[in-house]
Ligand binder design. Structure first.
Ligand code: ADP
Ligand code: MG
Length: 341
């Protein structure tokens, strides 16, 4: 069987008639219990987002599939422009997909009315942005910033203050409750922002480049804090970042390339007989519903793979070989080319 490789290193099965119709992300979510059964909190199925500016169309997401289990802590990594923010904005209910489905906590984000959307934003989602100025109101103290989402929710003043203090304590800023953002460092402001995002007790915490304006040491502390919050509060966390530091903290790193999930790295903690903790990271390529597989760029370059590769099915794996022009093959290709002229 032949497979073609396009410019991005995607392997495309050919001919079209051989494309297997794999189950949808939802069907898979049901099928692979218990890992993604009732615990699948976020399901993106063939998600497409196209931005139109005048005559120009930008395809920001092109058939993205993603499943996130309740309680997971994952990172979306990828180069600038790969579609991370677009995906987070859709998951956060701030934008709608052009095609495909996004389900979060049982809600279909493409079909929410405006009242449902408001409820979704207030109760299901917490958001942390890169710019601290977008997260905090400058004229309110840290405690007032954290209490604000609860004001909108009608929580009593006493309960607001108590929970705001609990959250500030959790992010390590109990002694800064009365400070305004301007009196705090960038890292401290992001800690307050995380407390604000938790104030409505969300099921999902989304963070878009939360360490983008911080130095490496502070970024480490912020990722550390996210991990602790994930463990202590059980909130599902999705962080978009191009900071490679993050992969040491999360359970799963999902790499996005050109608006699609290209690979995933899963990290498992194991305990040796001697009692040492080891972290084992395994990289997986992602198979989509049409049977498409994106080969890592390094693999493509190492073997000089181009345009198409030869596949061979073995008992327990598939071999992928470059399509080198041997004498026989060369003649065959030339014939094809000449026939067209
Ligand atoms: P990332 O967050 O990974 O850097 P984005 O999701 O911001 O990527 O962008 C993905 C692609 O969509 C880019 O090509 C970007 O230029 C484009 N894009 C993002 N937002 C808009 C928008 N509001 N209007 C037009 N194009 C956009
Ligand atoms: Mg972005």
């Amino acid at each position: 069987m032949k497979a073609r490789i396009d410019e991005d290193g995607d392997t495309m099965s050919e001919p079209m008639a051989e494309i297997v119709d794999l189950p949808s992300a939802e069907e898979r979510a049901r099928a692979v219990r218990p890992r993604y059964g009732e615990r699948a909190l976020i399901v993106c199925d063939n998600l497409v987002k196209i931005y139109k500016i005048a005559d120009l169309e930008v395809v920001a997401l092109q058939g993205l599939d993603l499943l996130v289990e309740s309680g997971e802590f994952i990172a979306l990594v990828g180069a600038s422009g790969s579609g991370k923010s677009t995906l987070l904005n859709i998951l956060g209910g701030l934008d709608v997909p052009t095609a495909g489905r996004a389900l979060v906590a049982g809600r279909d984000l493409g079909e929410m009315g405006s009242r449902e959307q408001t409820r979704y934003l207030r109760h299901i989602i917490g958001f942390v942005w890169q710019q601290t100025s977008r997260n905090l109101l400058p004229y309110l103290t840290a405690e007032e910033n954290v209490a604000l989402p609860m004001v909108l929710d009608g929580v009593s003043a006493r309960d607001r203050a108590a929970f705001a203090r609990e959250l500030l304590d959790q992010v390590g800023l109990a002694d800064r409750a009365a400070h305004r953002p301007e009196a705090m460092s960038g890292g401290e402001q992001q800690r307050v922002a995380i407390a604000v995002a938790l104030a409505n007790r969300p099921e999902v915490l989304l963070a878009d480049e939360p360490t983008g304006e911080l130095d490496t040491a502070t970024a480490h502390q912020i990722f550390d804090l996210f991990r602790r919050i994930n463990q202590d509060r059980g909130v599902t966390i999705v962080i978009a970042t191009h900071d490679p530091l993050v992969s040491e903290q999360v359970d799963r790193t999902v790499a996005i390339r050109d608006g699609r999930v290209s690979s995933e790295v899963l990290r498992h903690r194991t305990l040796s007989a001697a009692g040492d903790h080891h972290v084992v990271a395994t990289e997986y390529a992602v198979l989509d519903r049409a049977g498409r597989l994106q080969l890592p760029r390094a693999h493509v370059e190492a073997l000089g793979l181009e345009r198409r590769v030869r596949l061979e099915l073995e008992d327990d794996h598939i071999g992928v070989w470059p399509d080198r022009p041997g004498p026989e093959r060369d003649g065959h290709d030339r014939q094809d080319g000449e026939a067209a002229t």
